[in-house]
Ligand binder design. Sequence first.
Ligand SMILES: [Fe+2]
Length: 187
Amino acid sequence: MNTSASSGRQHAPTALTLPDLLRITDEHAAALLDGQSDHLLPLDGQWPTDGRWYTRLHADDELDVWLISWVPDFATELHDHAGSFGALTVVAGTLTEQRWTGRELRTRKLREGDQAAFALGWVHDVVNGEPTAPSRHRAGQTLSVHAYSPPLTAMSYYDIGKGGNLRRTRSVLTEHPEDVALKEATA
Ligand SMILES: [Fe+2]
């Protein structure tokens, strides 16, 4: 993570650094656990179970912060975050990330309290890793806080070709975090 953070300074598309984004996601995660974002959460704890759910916790010209609820068995794809830096803090549950290293996919688990930062060019896939027991803030899904700077405006999607190389399959304009765009939507 330190390597990513320092490289972020070299190619900064924003005044905020990756360490800034890590701190910001941590602060929003703490506020969420403290009940300060309850007004943004599903009423009566009725979290959607049929797909990913997200809500924006903060927005300004430099920064978007989102809360994402991840449900099990929901397919995602390799993607980047176009010209935005990104970071996350896992609030509850576990995420499994597969990241393209340049030669292969590398898998890691991100558990409650773990953080990750995404420099420009970071290509990954994130899914609900291990469902957890229901609690006040969740119904067994994984929750994470994500920050993007500049605010997310586009994502590109990838697959791995027969030769083992990463291939970009399409790019889409979107402000929705970690979203899975419809393949039919773009070329
Ligand atoms: Fe992502």
